[in-house]
Design a protein around this ligand. Structure first.
Ligand SMILES: Cc1cc2nc3c(=O)[nH]c(=O)nc-3n(C[C@H](O)[C@H](O)[C@H](O)COP(=O)(O)OP(=O)(O)OC[C@H]3O[C@@H](n4cnc5c(N)ncnc54)[C@H](O)[C@@H]3O)c2cc1C
Length: 306
């Protein structure tokens, strides 16, 4: 990322919310479930699967967490009613992890059981490193209760991930493997771009070795190419792994994967709590400075009054 872009990333938190909203529109399906359904339907028509995320991390009370649980119930009903090819992704802080472990466990159980009733699947997103151990512990507890329609996420920037794969191996976990988006200290996380890539590949090889179903979640063409090579090398059929991408990011690379016969799942977030998710996406956008600058120019000169 160029120096100017890095500077913009640092000041993003003070960029007005209305600007963040405008330039992050493509990353989010909308604020309503109807908007999410419409985006998923369109993706399905393009031969892509989806995973719907109800935005709402770090809730501050039990009532808010209960609302998120209810929102997921509505999502499952909509997926079934509309016959969509989609599962869901949940953030444990949205289910109350920072309020109380047991509360979060109960909420997660509700969501996963409801998914099971309609033959659906729940992916537990991975958040910052303060939540990693509890997230993996909750995943383990659910699997030990016999719930198989649940998967977890591992982050290649974390030094611990390779150990986590070994620890989880007896469960043959269904894992989304991604680089990781939160800012973590060097003691626990690789900082160097190439090191993260290499650890991504190491984790991917290990996961395939233990027989895991892997969601290879990246827009990095080098990792996509290597992922394709590794699944071919192991002779996996197309339903034994999938690629995953975020809504609004490198759509053309996703189209190519689908054309080449791979399964691709797109992460489709929706809801009122769009701000934190949007800021994280903008921080990763290599063209962020240009977007913020052109939005500012448009506002100053009235060229764009959306
Ligand atoms: C389906 C999915 C689910 C995820 N779930 C989690 C999770 O649970 N926990 C977690 O910590 N992280 C999650 N992530 C985010 C992930 O950890 C990375 O931060 C993110 O995918 C960027 O890494 P990359 O592998 O795409 O490589 P990068 O090197 O960051 O990106 C490769 C290229 O993709 C393009 N690109 C990437 N991001 C953007 C963007 N926002 N806007 C425009 N262009 C972009 C750029 O051209 C960039 O050069 C998820 C990612 C995906 C795809």
């Amino acid at each position: 990322m160029a120096l100017f872009d890095r500077a913009i990333v640092r000041v993003l938190p003070v960029v007005p919310r209305s600007v963040v909203r405008r330039i992050s529109n493509s990353y989010i399906a909308g604020t309503t479930i109807e908007a999410a359904i419409s985006v998923v339907r369109e993706l399905n028509e393009q031969g892509k699967m989806a995973t719907i995320d109800v935005l709402g991390e770090e809730v501050s009370g039990r009532r808010e967490a209960a609302e998120i649980v209810r929102a997921y119930h509505d999502v499952f009903e909509a997926i079934e009613r509309e016959r969509l090819d989609s599962n869901v992704s949940v953030k444990l802080t949205a289910l109350g992890l920072n309020l109380a472990y047991e509360l979060c466990r109960a909420n997660l159980l509700r969501v996963v059981r409801h998914a099971a009733e309609s033959g659906n699947f729940v992916r537990i997103d991975m958040e910052d490193s303060s939540t990693t151990s509890e997230t993996l512990q909750l995943y383990r507890e659910l699997r030990e209760e016999g719930l198989d329609n649940v998967g977890v996420v591992l982050q290649a920037y974390l030094r611990r991930s390779i150990r986590d794969i070994h620890d989880l191996a007896p469960l043959q976990p269904n894992v989304r493997l991604c680089k990781g988006i939160y800012v973590e200290p060097p003691l626990i996380a690789y900082q160097d771009y190439e090191e993260v890539r290499q650890n991504f590949l190491r984790c991917l090889r290990e996961l395939l070795q233990i027989g895991s179903y892997v969601g290879i979640a990246t827009h990095d063409q080098f990792l996509i190419d290597e992922g394709e090579r590794l699944v071919a090398e192991r002779g996996l059929t197309r339903d034994e792994y999938e690629f995953q991408m975020l809504l609004g990011v490198r759509g053309f690379a996703g189209d190519r994967l689908v054309r080449d016969g791979h399964r691709l799942r797109i992460y489709v977030p929706f809801g009122e709590h769009w701000y934190q998710y949007s800021v994280r996406r903008l921080q990763e956008n290599p063209k962020i400075a240009g977007y913020v600058a052109s939005d500012t120019v448009n506002r100053l000169f009235g060229a764009d009054s959306r």
